[in-house]
Design a protein around this ligand. Structure first.
Ligand code: PLP
Length: 379
């Protein structure tokens, strides 16, 4: 099987597996004062340091959570604390969009251009016209297109206007440099399983001094901000994955970018009417969102699957729905392109053989576009 769906979930890195096995072998609650508790605490804090290191943050700014979804929910809930408008980019993950709706604060959507980049002029107009502070959510890199967003510039504008900004860096982390100081955001989310750690653990970065009201009470863990006995085994896996991803960022990035370059240029030759979303702007080096007009994404996913290649249509979370994803819809008005969008996402263990398998399947599937359309009953 050739797994080209790292943006849905990356395979577990060996370093993460080992760290979890070692941590699972020790008993102990990190809050206990005895030796076992202190050993558990040491591992948890080591993991926090490693996760913080991936984004240039101080360890005490990191809260462990149950994943990217919870981190976004915690961050979006902070809008209630002094903001009069919640502004989310049109391409945010559902964990941001759905949680934005849960507050009783008016909402607005920040549009993106055809390349899938947030419109900073529209941002400035909204910030200027808003009656009070605005809470903005802008992701660092989109999970479907891989398009990198102008988060640093957005953060400057938001702060000039007295607002706060949350950045979902779940897909960006480990695939491009992420530095919380350079970005200047107030809250930032991470998820372990997107970087080769286990699912079910993530982190929320809180800029020192940024308002944060916990959503529940309990035993007081995580500085009382996200209380509950810590998932130290998951955290150990997350920390190890973060360290491996950070240490190898330069070499993995270059290798994956070269694989993607070969994949895209060959795909252009196989399907001359190919459209690659966001091709002209900065994207994550591992992601290709493409469409061959006249095809149907859900059929293509099955055809690739039968050929032993795992890809997805839009994001995993929206697979199963027949309508195009909101990300694709925000980037094109052309229904033929929107219906056909397929995402290929590479990662730490992707190989030349994976790309070859994808390309030979694509050659077969796209051989004679007209024949393919007839086979799908749309002649
Ligand atoms: N944010 C983005 C951009 C994602 O791609 C995902 C997962 O698909 C999430 C958040 C949710 O993360 P988790 O699966 O850890 O809840």
């Amino acid at each position: 099987m050739h797994y080209l769906d790292h943006n849905a979930s990356a395979p577990l890195r060996p370093e993460a597996r080992l760290a979890m096995e070692e941590t699972a072998a020790i008993a102990g609650n990190p809050s206990s004062v005895h030796a076992a508790g202190r050993a558990a605490r040491a591992r948890l804090e080591d993991a926090r340091e490693r996760v913080a290191g991936l984004i240039g943050a101080a360890p005490e700014t990191i809260l462990f959570t149950s994943g990217g979804t919870e981190s976004a929910a915690l961050a979006m809930a902070q809008a209630a604390n002094g903001c009069t408008l919640v502004l989310t980019s049109a391409i945010e993950h559902p964990c941001v969009l759905e949680n934005a709706k849960r507050g009783a604060i008016p909402m607005a959507s920040l549009p993106v251009n055809a390349d899938g980049r947030a419109d900073l002029d529209a941002l400035e107009v909204t910030l200027t016209d808003a009656p009070g502070p605005v809470f903005v959510a802008l992701m660092l890199a989109n999970n479907e297109s891989g398009v990198v967003q102008p988060v640093d510039a957005a953060a400057r504008l938001v702060h000039e206007h007295g607002g706060r900004i949350f950045c979902d860096a779940v897909q960006a982390a480990g695939k491009m440099p992420v530095d919380v100081e350079a970005l200047g955001v107030d809250y930032l989310s991470l998820s372990a399983h997107k970087i080769g750690g286990p699912a079910g653990i993530g982190a929320l970065y809180l800029r020192p001094g940024t308002p944060f009201v916990p959503l529940w009470g309990g035993g007081g863990q995580e500085r009382r901000l996200r209380t509950g006995t810590e998932n130290r085994i998951g955290a150990a896996g997350f920390g190890a994955a973060a360290k491996a991803a950070g240490d190898r960022l330069g070499s993995e990035r270059a290798r994956i970018a070269a694989l993607r370059e070969r994949l895209e240029s060959r795909l252009h030759a196989i399907a001359p009417d190919l459209h690659i979303f966001g091709e002209a702007v900065e994207r994550l080096p591992n992601t290709t969102l493409f469409a061959v007009p006249g095809r149907r994404a859900e059929t293509l996913v099955m055809q690739f699957d039968l050929a032993g290649v795992c890809v997805s249509s839009g994001s995993a979370c929206s697979s199963g729905k027949v309508e195009p994803s909101h990300v694709v819809a925000a980037m094109t008005d052309d229904p033929a392109l929107a219906r056909a969008a397929i995402r290929v996402s590479l990662g730490w263990n992707s190989s030349e053989a994976d790309v070859d398998a994808f390309l030979s399947a694509a050659e077969h599937i796209f051989a004679g576009s007209r024949a393919g359309m007839v086979a799908e009953g749309r002649s």
